[in-house]
Design a protein around this ligand. Structure first.
Ligand code: GLU
Length: 496
């Protein structure tokens, strides 16, 4: 490759950044990094009605959390400033004028209602060379009427597509793609509210900003022929096109910002009147490094039977040739599995601190010694996949059970061996009256030969048959609390 690699992530600030958007950002970043290129962040906010105020900030925060750094773009100085399209309207207008003057674009005057009538009247109605000669536009109306409509701002500006012309282009992933202009619309380039559409603004910016490769989701592949026409009308060189496979949710549907499947969950939590997002991958307890690893494998694979890669490794291995054509299905279980590998294998000091912070928050910073929390973390963290799971595997160290989940066979046993059970628990209470060393507890536990008694003991302390080894539970929970829990259990369940 001899030309400088320049790629961009060009989100529209219309909502939360979810997995699809982040994958596009990541693949652009990886490609730029690998070839020492530039990675640009450009905000495409020309569709005023769809913009949501806090989205830009949200996008920035998400990229930051994932450590996807752009070296040029929004909020940064650069040769092609500003990197937000609403501040570049004057540029688009200048280029648009050229298109109109060269007869590559024209004014169209139909109202929305009129267009809707055509759409219901004629099946598969398309506004293009096959129909526009009979419609209301600057190509068919006389100049006085045309001027009047323009003056009253009752117009949109459309791209004039040629008749029956094959647009052929090569996509790095999907190969050669051919489309006939009779099948495509004269796309709107400029709206009646004086804003450019995505098609116009993004092509102009990609050209001006010298973008070498356009890497984006497959949902944009149908827009590419339109963009190619614009490039051709301006006589500009084409960039390389790389479309990424669709990401489907775990039930096979399209991912969306609105649905509440795991896939549509945003990455970074944000609260605003538009979002009402209580959930996010960050909040669920994914680690950013693990998350990058997860996202990197959504459509690309380094041809190896391995799933865990460091960020640097991913950069080294990343290759557009290994992007799959096939749509990718989200596999949340696999996400969790990858996160678990990071929790288990990262520097334990780093992970323990995150878990410690999480637990402290969860127990409302109650005066529990850090050293105690650290012990609990050490004993339980191998059971979790997500940071937040630490609570599910350790809550019983902090909360006394008030309800008990007792399997039938144990209930039957309680009925049958009532006296023996009482005797058993009394012995335990006696044993814990005095402080005990771990070794003593171990010997005491070893003497309990009937496993069902051990299960009863566990239920009395934890509430159900879950949790780590009894020896650790008994040596970590304070004696008084052990006795209280047992007494409560006896009152609720045994001596009813
Ligand atoms: N602004 C478009 C979006 O929101 C970008 C599409 C492209 O990358 O060309 O996804």
């Amino acid at each position: 490759m001899n030309k400088k690699i320049r790629v961009r992530f060009a989100p529209s600030p219309t909502g939360a950044l979810h997995i699809g958007g982040l994958r596009t950002a990541l693949y652009n970043y990886l490609f730029a990094k690998k070839y020492n290129g530039d990675f640009i962040l450009r905000i495409e906010d020309t569709d005023i009605k769809r913009n949501i105020k806090k989205s830009i900030n949200y996008i920035l925060k998400t990229l930051k959390w994932c450590k996807i750094k752009y070296n040029e773009g929004f909020h940064k100085k650069g040769k092609y400033c500003p990197y937000i399209q609403s501040k570049r309207i004057f540029i688009y207008k200048k280029y648009l004028k050229k298109l109109i003057n060269n007869n590559f674009a024209y004014y169209s005057f139909e109202t929305k209602q009129e267009l809707n009538i055509y759409k219901t009247k004629y099946k598969n109605f398309i506004y293009n060379s096959l129909t526009r000669n009979k419609l209301k536009n600057s190509l068919t109306l006389n100049s006085t009427l045309t001027k009047k409509y323009i003056k009253n701002k009752n117009y949109v500006i459309r791209l004039k597509t040629p008749t029956n012309y094959n647009i052929i282009f090569y996509d790095k992933v999907y190969g050669q793609i051919k489309i006939n202009t009779n099948e495509i619309d004269d796309k709107i380039l400029f709206r009646s509210d004086s804003t450019p559409t995505y098609h116009l603004a993004s092509v102009i910016d990609d050209h001006i900003m010298k973008i070498s490769h356009i890497i984006r989701g497959k949902e944009w592949i149908s827009s590419t022929p339109i963009h190619i026409l614009i490039y051709n009308y301006f006589n500009w060189n084409l960039p390389n096109f790389v479309h990424l496979p669709l990401i489907l949710n775990d039930i096979g549907g399209k991912i969306s910002k609105r649905l509440n499947y795991n896939d549509s969950v945003p990455i970074y939590p944000i609260n605003s009147k538009h979002f009402n997002i209580k959930n996010s991958y960050k909040k669920k307890g994914f680690l950013p490094k693990a998350f990058i690893n997860i996202i990197s494998l959504l459509g690309w694979s380094p041809n190896a039977n391995k799933e865990i890669y460091t960020f640097n490794n991913i950069i080294k291995l990343f290759d557009l040739n290994n992007i799959s054509k096939k749509d990718v299905h989200l596999n949340y279980k696999k996400f969790c599995w990858i996160n678990k590998q990071y929790i288990n294998n990262s520097n334990s000091h780093f992970i323990d601190n995150i878990l410690l912070k999480f637990l402290k928050k969860k127990i409302n910073n109650k005066k529990i010694k850090t050293i105690y929390l650290k012990k609990i973390i050490k004993l339980t963290k191998n059971r979790i996949s997500l940071i937040n799971d630490i609570w599910n595997v350790s809550y019983y160290f902090f909360i006394n059970p008030i309800q008990f989940n007792i399997p039938n066979y144990i209930s039957l046993f309680i009925k049958k061996k009532y006296t023996e059970i009482l005797f058993f628990f009394n012995q335990i209470i006696l044993f814990f009256k005095k402080k005990k060393k771990k070794k003593e507890i171990e010997i005491f536990l070893n003497k309990i030969s009937n496993i069902i008694y051990l299960k009863l003991l566990r239920i009395s302390l934890v509430g159900k048959l879950i949790g780590i080894n009894m020896l650790y539970i008994l040596s970590l929970i304070n004696n008084k609390i052990i006795i209280n829990r047992i007494n409560y259990f006896l009152k609720q369940i045994i001596i009813k």
